[in-house]
Structure formats: structure tokens, C-alpha cells
Design a protein around this ligand. Structure first.
Ligand code: SF4
Length: 345
């Protein structure tokens, strides 16, 4: 199997590298984590970018670094402040692991400077260790994220299921062979940039691709059919009804317990079933929200309640930016607080 990849691409490795790097230097996006050599800042960016788009990360990145400018500040942060700074980015275990890792680094007395020491940090897997090792320290480790796997599967071309172990292995072997060992950080970023801006999942922009002459998928007219993906599990759908109960500039919330498997210690709006005594005033709106594989159809109602039940707290609306509030609750609040109350049921 490896022979197919090698036979098709080995002679062109130098050409791919040269063209890709020339293109990257001219066309790369100006992103804040590309303007620094500080391993802490590069590491934070890589963690934030896991499963999250660049446009979504940008405002969080600057705010986060303004609040926690170095590894010591992050290690010393109160968990509530950390989660509040991360609220809205999702996958909150990333923030907790980031802080655990920061504490480890402070204990060690220096930032880990090689692939295996980086991998020992909580929340740092193969991809992140390779990215930080190559970008911050110039070490020759190839990266493999979804963008890179797609580009490589088209360059080779790879006919197998991109999720299968065998295909992953083949693509890894190709990525290692292709890596520019003199400039691994720049080369890895160039490959990721190509996947993010040109070799797109749907309708790849082959006419402006710097490596189209080397691309087997393009030559064979397969660029829109690759990568091959196995069937995905079908998504679950559920209904949720949230209540926004206001009183004197405050809103009623409950807090997830510290041992909650998801969004531990985040503040949530009450669901209808939690407060059977609440009186619904009107319907404020609805939205869809996807959590992992489940799509929630969230209906938001304004309501009133006689007295505060056990397990709930009034939080001042003006202070909600300082505590971790779930994205679902934020969306519901935005709907309820912006639309006028107009109907009594
Ligand atoms: Fe992707 Fe097209 Fe470039 Fe091939 S030629 S790497 S399919 S953008």
C-alpha cells in the first residue's frame, strides 16, 4: 500500500516543498500566533484551535493572553476566571487541561522543549506536541490534523477511508517524508494553511493551488471525491425549554456541580421541568444548538416565580461576564433580553 503513495509522489517531494513554501510566504494570513516565537503563546493558540475555527478563536486569543500573559499567570488563575475567559469557545476540558499543564510547567521550572516532554502535558496529544515542537522550537515533527490529512489524501491520492488506521498510517508516512526538515514549523503551517484556505473540504480551489501540478487527485479528476469517508453515525435530536426569570436586574440560574462530566461549574438557566411552579409569561424565541452529536431545539420563555427554590441563585445581569455561563444559556438570554415581552399566557 505504501508503494502507491511513494511511487506517485516521492519524486515530487522537493517540488511540493518549494512551491508550497513560496506560496505560503506570499499568501499566509496575518494571525497573531504567527507573530510570536513564544512557546506559551503558540501552545495556547494550538489548544484553542483544536476543533475550533480561526475566526472564532481570534477574539478569545487576544483577551485570554491579556488576562493570562504568561504561564505563571495561567497557573495562578482562579478557575472561575479561567472558565469565564473561555466561555463560548466550548470543549472546556481544554481550558482545565491548559491550567493543569501550566501548573506542571511552573513546577518543572521551564517550558518543555522537545516532543516527548510536550506530550507529557495534560491535553497535549501527538498533533499539538508536533505543532509546538516544530513551530516554537524548529524540531522536525510532521503534523496531522483534519486539514493536513485532506490535502495529503488528495496529493497521493488515497483511495481508502480517511478514518481508518491503515490510511492514517500511510498518510503519516507521507507527511514525514514530505516534511521540510530545515524549516519544519513554517512547512507545517504552510500545509495547514493550504488545507484551510485552498484545498477546502468542498470545492477545492485547484486553479489557485501552488501544488496542483503535483496533485494526483487533480490529475485524475478526483479532487471532489477525496478524501473517502466511512458512514457517520446519525445525529440525535432533542427538545429543551429554558426559562428566563428576571427580578430587579438579576436572572435566576443554577450551577453545574464540580464533578459534572460536561461544563462542570458552569451556570445554566433553569429548564421548564426543573421549575413546575414557574408561570410562563411569553415565548421569547427558539434556536438550534449542537452539543457533540446531539442537536437541541431550544425554546426560550420568559417566566415568573414566587420564591427562589433551593439550588438556584439570582445572578446580576451586569456581572454575567465575570462568571462561566454556558453557551446555551447565553444564547437564550440574548433572545429573551433583546425581544420585548409582549404576550401573557
Ligand atoms: Fe487540493 Fe486541488 Fe491543490 Fe490537489 S490541486 S492539493 S485537490 S487544491
Amino acid at each position: 500500500m505504501v508503494n502507491q503513495t511513494e511511487a506517485a509522489c516521492k519524486p515530487d517531494l522537493a517540488g511540493i516543498r518549494r512551491r508550497l513554501l513560496t506560496w505560503y510566504r506570499k499568501h499566509k494570513r496575518d494571525l497573531p500566533w504567527r507573530r510570536t516565537g513564544d512557546p506559551y503563546r503558540i501552545w495556547v493558540s494550538e489548544i484553542m484551535l483544536q476543533q475550533t475555527r480561526v475566526a472564532a478563536v481570534l477574539p478569545y486569543y487576544s483577551r485570554f493572553l491579556a488576562r493570562f500573559p504568561d504561564v505563571t499567570a495561567l497557573a495562578d488563575a482562579r478557575e472561575q476566571d479561567l472558565l469565564a475567559a473561555w466561555a463560548g469557545l466550548g470543549y472546556y476540558s481544554r481550558a482545565r487541561n491548559l491550567q493543569k499543564a501550566a501548573k506542571d510547567i511552573v513546577e518543572r521550572g521551564e517550558f518543555p522543549r522537545d516532543f516527548s516532554s510536550l506530550q507529557e502535558l495534560p491535553g497535549v496529544g501527538d498533533y499539538t506536541a508536533a505543532a509546538v515542537a516544530s513551530i516554537a522550537f524548529g524540531l522536525p515533527h510532521a503534523v496531522m490534523d483534519g486539514n493536513v490529512a485532506r490535502v495529503l489524501s488528495r496529493l497521493t491520492p488515497e483511495p481508502g477511508d480517511i478514518k481508518s488506521d491503515a490510511v492514517r498510517k500511510r498518510l503519516w508516512a507521507f507527511a514525514e517524508a514530505l516534511l521540510d526538515r530545515k524549516r519544519p514549523g513554517e512547512f507545517n503551517q504552510a500545509l495547514m494553511e493550504l488545507g484551510a484556505t485552498v484545498c477546502l473540504p468542498k470545492r477545492p480551489q485547484c486553479e489557485r493551488c501552488p501544488v496542483h501540478l503535483h496533485c494526483e487527485a487533480r490529475k485524475q479528476g478526483l479532487e471532489n471525491q477525496l478524501p473517502v469517508r466511512g458512514a457517520r453515525p446519525s445525529a440525535d435530536q432533542r427538545d429543551m425549554k429554558l426559562l428566563v426569570i428576571e427580578r430587579a436586574g438579576k436572572v435566576l440560574f443554577w450551577q453545574r456541580p464540580a464533578q459534572s462530566s460536561r461544563l462542570a461549574e458552569f451556570w445554566e438557566l433553569p429548564e421548564r421541568d426543573q421549575l413546575p411552579d414557574a408561570k410562563v409569561i411569553d415565548f421569547a424565541g427558539a434556536f438550534r444548538h449542537i452539543i457533540v452529536n446531539t442537536t437541541y431545539l431550544v425554546e426560550v420563555c420568559r417566566a415568573t416565580l414566587g420564591s427562589r427554590p433551593n439550588g438556584f441563585r439570582w445572578l446580576a445581569k451586569s456581572g454575567l461576564g465575570d462568571v462561566p455561563v454556558s453557551t446555551t444559556a447565553k444564547k437564550a438570554l440574548a433572545l429573551a433580553l433583546k425581544s420585548p415581552s409582549n404576550k401573557t399566557q
